[in-house]
Design a protein around this ligand. Structure first.
Ligand code: BGC
Length: 743
């Protein structure tokens, strides 16, 4: 359709039909034999009549060619104007193939890797009928207590957030949305959701505008500049006003300043929640606040469906806003080609051969390997030496549940376990004992009760626990090396999974302590969705491989890495705290007037723990040993039109080939507002042959030196800067230069 035809269609619509386009519900209702009974059943809380049902504009989380076609056909058969539904979903870390969770993907520090994962995910889900994906989540995340850090692609760094946001939006959308394998990207959650107080989900966010613009906004901005078709609001308030009805945020920043022309959807029920926030007095006012702020689609509440019509009759301005919203929605449907073919890029034939195909599974395994972070490797305990007996111990050894909390669509039939893969490769060298459950039942029951689910009672839990530990110790006695697979339960991470303790579960720590009495080399493979507190157990472990929730091909990827067929190259995107009391801890903080020094008294520090993080941002080891020397700047004074070339010599002092993420940080030593101690400004992932020496080059230009100054202008100021280059944010070489602005 051309623009004129879309406008003509808009003019044919009744006010009810227009409002319907602005409502999204779960699509299951259309799959029911009897929609009437569904309306008195599952959807009764939404107060939607049968008539309104066939006017809605989009549905949530229906994917799969057959299901999508059925829903679309049923809907179109009864809808007057036959405007196709949009199918939106949470295909967060893949559709049928589950890739590593987003925080893990970010640890690859490789945009090519992230692009490839996103493209496979886009192809799999769009041929299965998805039109819009609620991804990426680009909320800057500094607090490990927050369960949703697992979804954050850039972790605690605004620059990584920017780079990855751009990569993912482009990979989902391509050049043309009606191309095979493409779908619209809905970037979330605007805004600053990651800054919820005390890491408690949905909690208050209060921050200065400068802080917001400097650290939180860049990733959303990058996504908009990359052409994201949609944005989702966040559940939190920002400076007193819920994001979903925040006119400053949506109108001034997102629409006016950043020029966003696409659709804004509320988060799940978020318009209605503005009542509980104490902002809207009632449902009608909530509808008015949201439409005035500029929310186009009400996700899973009946506020728009039940109140917009009255509001339109009372206020011409609201009717205009409804027309604008509907035009945006029709425009997206048109870009997806739905008016020509209501199934869009859905392709049943392709679905049969493409989903879970062996080529993609092999690719997925390679990509997954880039997301692992080697946190410790005392005495080169990894890779495992040949011909040693290995005791495989822990609840994640014989477990296919390693796809993470958003992997509801993934096909688990191809997941293998670490045990399966070891048996296949070196069956005669491995012994196995479970050692413990992931969580004690009491702990798991807390999660079930928070979800309103019935609790599970177990008999003789203590006795069983004893038996599991005893058998693990006996098994370990017969081995040369102990390989532990431990971590969080996947239901301890994700939405509504904030935790006030971020250590491993107590029963797992008990297992580690018991096994450490054997004084055998002990290696930990860590499954988790957030930085974990490791300080009490780290000494007992010789090596730690962080694998997050690695997805469908995780087990194969892990075993190959442990055996030295692959070499770890991931780097952390979130600092690991010494303990939970240090949260939020992040590398790009400001100095105080009394910068920390662990040996002085009246300085900014803790009495009981070091001030530094346990593992810093950017950190990750390799089987290679990389040595950085000869940091060189070709100029030490520049004006705003000049560029500095920075070079560094890196030598791979090992027999292994591998990748290193070379990182460049800058510190602006003084300014009209204080600046962080370090900020990541560039990185390169380089491949090294054994013993290879390389000179790696970066450019520093004025854009890297800009910040939101005292007057809230984005500018660079004359002054001195430090440059740091290294393999993480702490172990760096440094030098200095001066910027002299000629204006
Ligand atoms: C989450 C979103 C998600 C939406 C739709 C909400 O609860 O916050 O991230 O996209 O549900 O499922």
């Amino acid at each position: 359709m051309n623009q004129k035809e879309i406008e003509d269609l808009l003019n044919k619509m009744t006010i009810e039909e227009k409002i319907g386009q602005m409502v999204q519900i779960a699509g299951d209702i259309f799959l029911s034999e009897d929609t009437n009974s569904m309306l008195t059943g599952p959807l009764k809380d939404l107060h939607l009549s049968n008539e309104k049902l066939y006017q809605i504009g989009s549905v949530l989380n229906i994917v799969g060619a057959e299901r999508v076609k059925k829903v679309q056909d049923e809907y179109l058969s009864k809808s007057r104007l036959k405007i196709p539904l949009l199918f939106m979903g949470d295909i967060i870390n893949g559709y049928k193939i589950a890739f590593p969770i987003p925080i893990a993907q970010g640890c690859s520090w490789n945009t090519k890797t992230i692009k490839e994962m996103t493209e496979i995910s886009a192809m799999e889900s769009s041929i299965a009928g998805a039109n819009v994906n609620f991804s990426p989540m680009v909320d800057l995340s500094r607090d490990a207590r927050w369960g949703r850090v697992m979804e954050s692609i850039g972790g605690e760094d605004p620059y990584l957030g920017e780079v990855y946001a751009k990569t993912m939006v482009k990979a989902y959308q391509g050049k043309n949305l009606s191309e095979t394998g493409k779908l619209a990207s809905c970037v979330k959650h605007i805004a600053a959701y990651g800054a919820v107080e005390a890491g408690r989900d949905y909690n208050t966010v209060d921050m200065s505008e400068r802080e917001f613009r400097q650290y939180y906004l860049p990733a959303y901005k990058a996504a908009i500049e990359a052409g994201a078709e949609m944005l989702m609001t966040s559940f939190n308030i920002i400076n007193g006003v819920p994001s979903t009805v925040n006119r400053w945020l949506i109108q001034k920043i997102i629409r006016e300043e950043l020029g966003f022309k696409g659709i804004i959807i509320s988060d799940y029920g978020a318009i209605e929640e503005t009542i509980a926030h104490g902002y809207s007095a009632n449902e009608k006012e909530a509808a008015k606040n949201a439409i005035y702020a500029g929310v186009d689609i009400d996700l899973m509440s009946s506020i728009y469906a039940n109140h917009l019509k009255t509001l339109c009759l009372e206020d011409k301005e609201i009717e205009n806003k409804v027309n604008e919203s509907v035009l945006r929605i029709l425009t997206l449907k048109n870009k997806l080609g739905l008016f020509e073919n209501p199934y869009g890029n859905l392709d049943e034939e392709k679905e049969k051969i493409y989903l879970m195909n062996p080529i993609n599974l092999e690719k997925a395994k390679q990509l997954t390997q880039e997301t692992f972070v080697l946190l410790k490797n005392r005495n080169h305990s990894l890779p495992l030496q040949k011909n040693k007996k290995i005791a495989l111990i822990g609840p994640y050894i014989d477990n296919i549940g390693i796809t993470g909390s958003w992997s509801m669509f993934s096909d688990k039939s191809k997941n293998s376990t670490i045990l399966d893969v070891f048996k296949e490769k070196i069956g005669n060298q491995v012994l196995y004992a479970k050692g413990c459950e992931i969580l004690r039942q009491g702990e798991f029951n807390k999660i079930l009760s928070a979800d309103g689910l019935p609790l599970i009672q177990v008999k003789n839990e203590e006795q069983k626990e004893e038996e599991l530990i005893t058998s693990a110790v006996e098994t370990a006695k017969n081995a040369d090396v102990i390989l532990l697979a431990l971590g969080e339960h996947y239901r301890q991470t994700g939405e509504a999974c904030s935790r006030s303790t971020i250590s491993l579960p107590e029963n797992q720590i008990q297992l580690i302590n018991k096994l450490s009495e054997l004084s055998k080399p002990m290696i930990l493979i860590l499954f988790n969705g957030r930085p974990i507190e490791l300080n009490t157990i780290e000494e007992k472990l010789d090596a730690i491989l962080e694998v997050w929730f690695p997805g469908t091909t995780g087990a194969k990827a892990i075993v190959e890495m442990l055996l030295g067929e692959q070499n770890p190259s991931g780097k952390l995107t979130m600092s690991f705290p010494q303990n939970v009391g240090q949260c939020p801890v992040y590398y790009n903080h400001y100095n105080t007037g009394r910068p920390h020094n662990n040996n002085l008294r009246y300085v900014s520090r803790y009495q009981d723990i070091p001030t530094e993080s346990f593992y810093p941002f950017g950190y990750g080891l390799s089987y290679c040993n990389f040595k950085y020397t000869e940091l060189y700047l070709n100029k030490r004074k520049i004006n705003e039109n000049e560029t500095i070339i920075v070079t560094v010599k890196i030598e791979n002092q090992s027999e292994y080939a591998g990748h290193e993420v070379v990182q460049l940080y800058i510190q602006d030593l003084y300014g009209s507002v204080v600046r962080p101690v370090k900020e990541l400004k560039a990185f390169k992932k380089e491949y090294f042959k054994p013993h290879e020496v390389k000179y790696v080059e970066f450019y520093i230009d004025i854009e890297m030196l800009k910040f939101w100054n005292e007057k809230l202008e984005f500018v660079a100021e004359s002054g001195e800067f430090k440059v740091f280059v290294g393999g993480d944010s702490v172990n760096v070489l440094e030098d200095k230069f001066e910027l002299i602005m000629s204006l």
